[in-house]
Design a protein around this ligand. Structure first.
Ligand code: BES
Ligand code: MN
Ligand code: ZN
Length: 489
């Protein structure tokens, strides 16, 4: 979708649909009041007759208002004026974009950024409005349906007042990153396997001059001693790959941020096979990888003056005669030996080797992103990403960035008290932490491989996709991470 700034007022814009808001008790936003005035009080009389709802998120589409240039006005309910806040603003924009998605207009002009939102500035409102409409109108593009529905709305404008002229272009770059993450996440696992992700990393380098890509195959990983990652991939006919994408936006001497994303292109559980119901959702087990791609895309589009490395270990976890087994002992790249108690706790086994590999970049900060545990979904549901770090500053930075973008993460402790749950009788460490605190013990496992580094772990098992038959990848936490990176730049 194309984003624009416009100096037109709501009654004179040529857009196919104009979006304005009304509060409870007949209070009109300034844009709605302007429409009402040229339309000789039509909005007010519709409110009085009860035909226009101001309930939070209500969306009323009105056609052919007299005096209004645009053929459609979408009047959205803002609820009580004194209750307006960031979360309610986003709810209103989200609900209105569902109507925009279904409407026949190809262009829209939204005046919702003119609404006062306590604690949030014009930039925030503008960016969120653009991103959320783009999000709401998203249709899985590489669809394999024989007659795909094409998105109709292709252009969106917001009032120019007070905004930097490059805001649309910058929001565009972020939206492109989010879209890439959703697109990769939604792809079926027979298409999106490790080799496909390797190709995607190649495209990344083709699109952006300042990104270089390197792909490691099984032989190179054997040489590096990545016994843990390779064990997970053993049961699959698809060769494991590890992608390393290098974005140089700053001088060589600047230490990079390194992102590591879990890329299990399908997680059957392996020999510790998952139950059938819901197994199809395990195509999303590469959403951490997809997040790394999306962040790289956005950062390159924004030309942020930082150095950034994306590391994506990609494997398929399958049952087979060659599969790794519960009770196998594997040797990780770090030298630590691991007893595999459950082949379904595979994410940590590929991440540990990728995290060890990341050391060579001497990162200024190291963040891994992974659909790591069902336990995290039990703890936080889908609203918050699980955030674990022993570095209080890094944890705060990430949490604040998520709060600013309303792509939120919430901390879980990584106290040493939990480490004993990972003890093994047969190796240095077990890959299973027992019944309780599963999200934390998974984090503790990773912490064994990140000693001395400024590291944080984001468990996105609940936030990366919407569950259910038509559930899509959400593109989270691309917003959080890009906001964190740009706030440092
Ligand atoms: N990819 C799953 C985690 C997952 C499960 C994410 C459900 C989203 C929804 C991960 O590889 C896994 O299977 N984790 C196990 C760990 C357990 C065996 C210690 C889990 O959470 O059950
Ligand atoms: Mn698993
Ligand atoms: Zn998994």
């Amino acid at each position: 979708m194309d984003f624009h700034l416009s100096t037109q007022r709501p009654h004179s814009t040529q857009a196919g649909v104009v979006v304005v808001g009304i509060f409870d008790d007949g209070i009109l936003s300034s844009a709605a009041a302007e429409i009402d005035e040229v339309a000789q009080g039509r909005l007010k009389s519709l409110i009085e007759s009860g035909d226009l709802s101001s309930r939070l998120g209500a969306a009323n589409l009105i056609h052919a208002l007299p005096g209004v240039a645009s053929p459609r006005v979408l009047v959205v309910g803002l609820g009580e004026q004194r209750k307006m806040d960031a979360a309610r603003f986003l709810r209103v924009v989200r609900d209105s974009s569902k109507v925009l998605r279904g409407a026949s207009a190809t262009s829209a002009a939204s005046y919702l950024p003119e609404i006062d939102v306590p604690g949030r500035d014009a930039n925030w409102k503008a960016e969120q409005n653009l991103l959320l409409v783009d999000h709401g109108c998203y249709r899985y593009a590489r669809t394999y349906k024989t007659s795909p529905e094409a998105p109709k709305l292709t252009s969106l404008s917001i009032p120019a007042a007070e905004l930097p002229s490059d805001l649309p272009q910058r929001a565009q770059a972020l939206a492109a990153g989010v879209r890439l993450t959703r697109e990769l996440g939604n792809l079926p696992p027979n298409i999106c396997n490790p080799a496909y992700l390797a190709e995607e990393a190649g495209h990344m380098a083709d699109r952006h001059d300042d990104i270089d890509t390197e792909v490691l195959g099984r032989a190179q990983m054997e040489t590096l001693g990545m016994g843990s990652l390779l064990a997970v991939g053993q049961g699959s006919a698809n060769e494991p790959k590890m992608m390393v994408m290098n974005y140089s936006g700053a001088a060589k001497g600047n230490k990079p941020v390194v992102l590591v994303g879990k890329g299990v292109t399908f997680d059957s559980g392996g020999l510790s096979l998952k139950p059938g119901a819901g197994m199809e959702e395990m195509k999303f087990d590469m959403c951490g990888a997809a997040t790394v791609f999306g962040v790289m895309e956005a950062v390159a589009g924004l030309k942020l003056p930082i150095n950034l490395v994306g590391v994506v270990p990609a494997v398929e976890n399958m049952p087979d005669g060659r599969s790794y087994r519960p009770s196998d002992v594997v040797t990780s790249m770090s030298g630590l030996t691991i007893e595999v108690l459950n082949t379904d706790a595979e994410g940590r086994l590929i991440l540990c080797d990728a995290l060890t590999y990341a050391r060579r970049f001497e990162p200024s900060a190291l963040v891994d992103i992974a659909t790591l545990t069902g336990a995290c979904v039990v703890a936080l549901g889908s609203h918050a990403t699980g955030l674990m770090s022993r570095d209080a500053d890094l944890s705060d930075e990430l949490r604040d960035a998520g709060e600013r973008m309303m792509d939120r993460a919430w901390p879980l402790p990584l106290w040493d008290d939990y480490q004993s749950q990972l003890e093994s009788g047969f190796a240095d460490i077990a890959n299973l932490g027992g019944k309780y605190a599963g999200a934390i013990t998974a984090g503790c496992f990773l912490s064994r491989f990140t000693e001395g580094m400024r590291w944080a772990h984001l468990d996105i098992a609940g936030s990366a996709w919407d569950s259910g038959r038509k559930g899509n990848a959400t593109g989270r936490p691309v917003g959080l991470l890009v906001e964190w990176l740009r706030s440092q730049a």
